[in-house]
Design a protein around this ligand. Structure first.
Ligand code: DON
Length: 331
């Protein structure tokens, strides 16, 4: 804690924060009506568009949860952050960055256009589909299940339990994957893939179908907020350099073609997924004021009604409000 700052982690202050967050969730829930649940993967269309929930976990263990927090959902594109981390831990940063770049595209997450038009030597970044599929091909193992093992291991280290695959979502994803197959064939033709195309795509579909909750996202977020160290045990789960690289990518590319606006108006690293999840984090900050979560925090949001970029409509507004109230921006 910064010297002279309020200790927010007491029963009274925690209740006070809880009341605020409850009010904000209730207020921003109306924005779920501005978006639509993703339906290009049929089973995702079954989510309740009215849901909105958030969990915030501080470095000091303080925790605030509000709204629809107990609902499991699939991690979708948020998995791209963790497959990238695993690939860097396994192969080394240089190896990975020789094969996938770190530039934002300003295009939709499943765009293939730049790859072809600009005759790139590597996909733009690991958080768009072309880059993520390339990263999935780099994971060690001869089958998709072997490749997934290292992602599950990393998540288990962060969460303290091993998350499960949602087989129905995986099958729905696999059976409606024309665009991703097109991207995969393009990557194969241009020599970007390190593994068999089908094994790579199966790995990608499965990693997107890992089931989590907002609590899990907040927990993984707080590890990233700490540059890869578990704040409870002090154990380094992700090497510092890899965690920092992942956060830079989240900030510049994590919200797809809305990443610039998110950085400008919210100002923290975040990554969204089409099931409505957002992982975000605030690193420790130094301010003269006494602010909640000043030592850093991880944030998990769930709101399956999405805007036209594929980000949670209510979730983004809620995050923007909290970031402004608590001065979370890193800038
Ligand atoms: O590639 C896909 O279509 C999905 N499984 C993941 C996409 C995703 O979450 C993009 N997010 N905004």
């Amino acid at each position: 804690m910064v010297q002279g700052a309020v200790n927010w982690n007491t029963e009274t202050t925690q209740e006070w924060l809880q009341n605020y967050v409850d009010d904000w969730v209730a207020f921003y829930r109306k924005h779920t009506a501005d978006g639509e649940v993703a339906s290009y993967i049929p089973i995702l269309g079954e989510a309740n568009p009215d849901h909105l929930g958030i969990t915030i976990i501080g470095n000091d263990g303080m925790r605030v949860s509000s709204g629809d927090v107990g609902i499991p959902f699939t991690i979708q594109s948020i998995s791209k952050v963790f497959s990238f981390i695993v690939a860097c831990m396994d192969r080394g940063i240089t190896y990975v960055l020789d094969r996938v770049d770190v530039e934002p595209t300003g295009e939709a997450f499943n765009s293939i256009m730049h790859l072809e038009m600009k005759q790139l030597k590597k996909p733009f970044n690991p958080l768009i589909n072309a880059g993520a599929i390339t990263v999935s091909s780099m994971l060690s193992g001869n089958t998709s299940d072997e490749k997934l093992m290292s992602i599950f291991d990393l998540m288990e280290n962060m969460l303290g339990y091993r998350p499960a695959l949602n087989v129905d979502v995986y099958e729905s994803e696999r059976d409606s994957s024309m665009r991703n197959r097109a991207i995969g064939y393009y990557l194969l033709e241009t020599g970007f893939l390190e593994s068999d195309l089908n094994i790579t795509l199966e790995t990608y579909f499965k990693q997107c179908s890992i089931e989590i909750t907002v609590d899990d996202l907040a927990r993984m977020g707080v590890v990233l907020a700490n540059d890869g160290m578990d704040p409870e045990s002090g154990e380094e789960i992700i090497p510092r350099q890899v965690a920092r690289l992942a956060k830079a990518l989240m900030l510049t590319c994590g919200m797809y073609d809305a990443s610039g606006k998110f950085a400008a108006y919210v100002g923290i690293p975040a990554k969204s997924g089409v099931s409505g999840g957002i992982i975000a984090l605030s690193p420790p900050r130094v301010r003269d004021e006494e602010l909640p979560f000043i030592n850093g925090c991880g944030i998990g949001v769930y709101g399956p009604a999405l805007d036209d970029k594929g980000n949670s409509t209510a979730g983004i507004r809620l995050l923007r409000h909290i970031a402004s109230q608590w001065d979370l921006s890193i800038f």
